[in-house]
Design a protein around this ligand. Structure first.
Ligand code: ADP
Ligand code: MG
Length: 327
């Protein structure tokens, strides 16, 4: 079984003319971790991934894998592999030949290729489909073939750019757990680019949040969700309010805002909307200072004492629920 190597990005920068796609980012990806690069469209995720893969040259900075600078090595010589979208499969080649294509390029003989492809197909549970053509497979099955094709090169780091975005919601969740299982089984580093918070929270040992070409915050999924350091991370991760108080700006989870008697409230407001969401009820409150605050209340608690829109309410929370954020 292979073990991954640490991957380090050092002051990594990419400019396209006047556009700065990636701006001097530094990051250390731990060997054998599942990392998600998370951020809105255009923030520099794919460019970062393509530089790691060697499909794009850095303008400045370097990429260090297992202690060696790989910044200028060709993609196949780096110890990284990129999983391309399933539509990049060769339509005229069988599943087995698609998977072993890179070995053919290296001059590996047919019987060895077939055997290696067989092992990879077993890994992704596609053994029975070895002789099919790609268009005889479902989207999810094609995705598994694309994975097997990337893994056959025995990479230290597997790079995945929005690997689940083409799948329907049901398959997306199935493939998501498959990816996690594979990463754990192989023990190599996965770097998975996504703009979906749910996906990153479900998968990642470490979430690296990007915005405007830089890394805003990196940490475990729980850390990034529970203790966002910037207003952007709090809003982007969702589930939080950003509240302006006399002593600064703070993030607070929606489910840690409680309704209370006016006399005991930390901030007063008026209910502007009530949404039933099954297990809980979501309340929109317009608070002092024109601040929109969302509170999530367990459904039994809300329906013990239902409150209609337009009611004046007080809001409170525990001190430890507040996290200072910078703008
Ligand atoms: P993301 O994957 O986070 O959506 P990208 O890394 O694709 O973002 O793009 C980051 C920025 O770099 C964007 O402003 C994009 O328009 C720009 N960009 C990406 N690729 C190129 C390119 N080949 N030429 C010029 N600009 C590019
Ligand atoms: Mg992208």
């Amino acid at each position: 079984m292979t073990t991954g190597q640490d991957l380090e990005l050092v002051s990594l920068t990419k400019r396209y003319g006047e556009t700065v796609a990636v701006d001097k980012i530094d990051h250390h990806f731990r060997a054998g971790s599942y990392a998600c690069l998370l951020g809105p469209s255009g923030c520099g995720k794919s460019t970062t991934l393509r530089m790691i893969a060697g499909h794009e040259d850095p303008t400045e900075g370097s990429i260090v894998l297992g202690g060696s600078d790989v910044s200028w090595l060709p993609p196949a010589k780096r110890g990284t592999a990129m999983m391309f979208q399933s539509y990049a499969l060769f339509p005229h080649l069988s599943v087995s030949d698609n998977v072993s294509f890179s070995l053919k390029m290296k001059g590996v003989e047919a019987a060895t290729r077939r055997k290696a492809a067989g092992e990879m197909l077993e890994l992704v549970h596609m053994t029975d489909f070895a002789d099919r053509l790609p268009d005889q497979l479902s989207g999810g099955q094609q995705q598994r073939v694309a994975l097997a094709r990337a893994l056959i090169t025995n990479p230290q780091v597997l790079l995945l750019d929005e690997p689940l975005s083409a799948l329907d919601p049901f398959l997306r969740i199935r493939m998501r757990s498959e990816l996690k299982r594979l990463q754990q089984e192989l023990g190599i580093t996965f770097i998975h680019v996504t703009h979906s918070q749910d996906e990153a929270l479900a998968l990642a040992d470490e979430i690296v949040v990007m915005n405007n070409s830089i890394i805003e915050q990196a940490g475990s999924a729980r850390e990034v969700f529970n203790a966002p350091k910037t207003e952007f991370v709090a809003r982007f991760m969702g589930g939080h309010n950003v509240i302006a108080l006399p002593h600064g700006h703070f993030a607070i989870r929606n489910d840690q805002v409680r309704l209370t008697e006016m006399g005991e409230s930390r901030i007063a407001g008026k209910i502007t909307g009530v949404e039933y969401q099954g297990a809980h009820v979501l309340l929109n409150v317009l608070a002092v200072g024109d601040q929109e605050i969302t509170a999530i209340v367990p459904e039994e608690i809300f329906f013990d004492n239902p409150i209609p829109p337009d009611t004046d309410v007080g809001l409170t929370w525990d001190d430890h629920a507040l996290h200072p954020v910078t703008a």
